[in-house]
Design a protein around this ligand. Structure first.
Ligand code: NDP
Length: 244
């Protein structure tokens, strides 16, 4: 389904990003991933990509470093021979009541979740002369906030709703689709399904379960594929009914 396509997944060394990178490779794409510090884990993901017969590439690029983000996009296109699919996935989970969060945490969160998404998407355009796919990973907490301590996280992910809709309008004439996937509780290092508050998260969802990262990857893979060519500016919430 994705044979001959190339993809870049930010934050592909672990969790949801790794699952997305592997699924896109399974479907035939060559895939680059970025990571912030987990070089060994990124290289292990690349090994699994190459085991599928596709090309893989691990690039160190912290989302707080704009030059590194731009370079990762250009390196992907140069080394894999183009860029068809950009997945803005890299993320962090700052928590704390409004009175406790520092200015540095605000700046860092907005840099990772907002500025880097805008800049990477902008940089990808010149490599997508014949169309392309931009898919961002937001959060169901962008739209509903059922517990305290996540105002900063929620604010940063809500920005992706505006970005997705605005960019879809701008880029439609160029054949580039822009969509947003909003996971709910998903079993990763960021949010382990056996952590202390996991039972509370399960209770908030209609299905009473965490997602497996591969379930998020499946929605991304659909949006990256040919059957999604008429989908743009759309938001897909994959949260077991938490926001229902
Ligand atoms: P993980 O913590 O498991 O993985 C995060 C990934 O992002 C890693 O690859 C990490 O790289 C990378 N990363 C972190 N900070 C930076 C940075 N500053 N620059 C570049 N890369 C960075 O998280 P998840 O897989 O759970 O999360 C993936 C996305 O899904 C995030 O955007 C998150 O907000 C979102 N999400 C997750 C939910 C969940 O319940 N898990 C729910 C809703 C949304 P490294 O390995 O080098 O640290």
């Amino acid at each position: 389904m994705l044979a001959g396509k190339t993809a870049l997944v930010t934050g592909g060394s672990r969790g949801i990003g790794a699952a997305i990178a592997l699924r896109l490779a399974d479907l035939g794409a060559d895939v680059a991933i970025t990571y912030a510090s987990a070089k060994d884990r990124a290289e292990a993901v690349v090994e699994r990509i190459t085991a599928t017969g596709r090309r893989g590439l691990a690039i160190a690029a912290d989302n707080t470093d704009s030059a590194a983000v731009l370079d990762a996009v250009d390196r992907t296109a140069a080394e894999l021979g183009g860029l068809d699919i950009l997945v803005n996935n890299a993320g962090i989970f700052p928590s704390g009541l409004i009175g406790e969060v520092t200015e540095e945490e605000v700046d860092r969160t907005l840099a990772v979740h907002v500025r880097a998404v805008y800049l990477a998407s902008q940089a990808a355009l010149k490599h997508m002369p014949d169309g392309g796919r931009i898919i961002s990973i937001g959060s169901n907490l962008a739209e509903r906030v059922p517990f305290p301590g996540v105002a900063l996280y929620s604010m940063s992910k809500a920005a992706l709703l505006g970005f997705t809709r605005g960019a879809a309008r701008d880029l439609g004439p160029r054949g580039i689709t822009v969509n947003l996937v909003q996971p709910g509780s998903t079993d990763t290092d960021m949010n382990p399904a056996d952590a202390g508050d996991a039972g509370h998260q399960r209770a908030l969802s209609a299905l009473g379960r965490f997602a497996d990262p591969r379930e998020i990857a499946e929605t991304v893979a659909h949006l990256a594929g040919p059957n999604a060519r008429n989908i743009t500016g759309s938001v897909f919430t994959v949260d077991g009914g938490t926001n229902a």
